[in-house]
Design a protein around this ligand. Structure first.
Ligand code: URA
Length: 215
């Protein structure tokens, strides 16, 4: 593919008078898709990658997208910390992203956390009531379910949030006496991270799966 080359549905567009349907046809300029049906990707973000479209220092989630899905307006619908792994949804559909992220919709996000330290015995109740962070902020009610203990005594727990504040889970655990040492997002809405996706891999989300996000 030459720089400046325009492709429509994968074939070089050699005639300027060619008709395209902006919403149905996929148009690419120099290998980057600039129009077509909206794209929805599920990415299994590894640690050390930032949830941004650009970064001067670190690899971004967009750097992990294979060339055939690179698009001008692709962005992560919601951020995970650099050291958090798991499900990141990438899309170029701004309206859909807004629906997932809107504080009014409360789309649940499910995480698995590994925490060390002396967690308060009433941690689950505190999560249910709404944890009060060190700065006085009260979180929305959340779910906390202990999944088990690791050989070194650390707790493994499932947490479901319906809001997304900065470092929220880490700060909620800190307010309950714990320290999160590993965090992984497993679900957005009712759509689970595909267990077949290796760290750093992504795949298309099917229309049926999309419905599970805003169920
Ligand atoms: N809560 C956190 O503390 N970090 C994340 O990346 C997501 C939720």
């Amino acid at each position: 593919m030459a720089a400046g080359e325009v492709c429509v549905n994968g074939a070089a567009a050699l005639h300027p008078e060619m008709q395209v349907d902006e919403r149905a046809d996929t148009v690419a300029l120099s290998g980057v898709t600039v129009s077509g049906a909206p794209l929805y990707l599920m990415l299994n973000k590894p640690r050390g990658v930032v949830s941004a479209t650009r970064d001067g220092r670190d690899r971004t989630v967009l750097d992990l997208v294979p060339p055939e899905w690179r698009r001008k307006n692709l962005f992560p619908a919601g951020r995970l910390d650099r050291d958090t792994e798991g499900f990141v949804l990438l899309t170029d559909d701004g309206a859909f992203a807004h629906r997932i992220l809107s504080p009014k919709r409360h789309v649940p996000k499910t995480y698995e956390a590994e925490a060390e330290g002396a967690l308060l015995p009433d941690t689950a109740e505190r999560f249910k009531e709404g944890v009060v962070l060190w700065d006085g902020t009260r979180c929305r009610p959340a779910e906390y379910r202990e999944l088990g203990r690791l050989p070194d005594g650390a707790v493994k727990a499932e947490v479901v949030l319906t809001e997304g504040m900065y470092h929220q889970i880490k700060r909620m655990f800190a307010a309950c006496g714990g320290h999160v040492r590993a965090l992984r997002r497993m679900k957005i809405g009712a759509l689970e991270l595909d267990p077949l996706l290796g760290a750093g891999e992504c795949r298309l989300i099917t229309p049926k799966e999309l419905e599970k996000i805003l169920f």
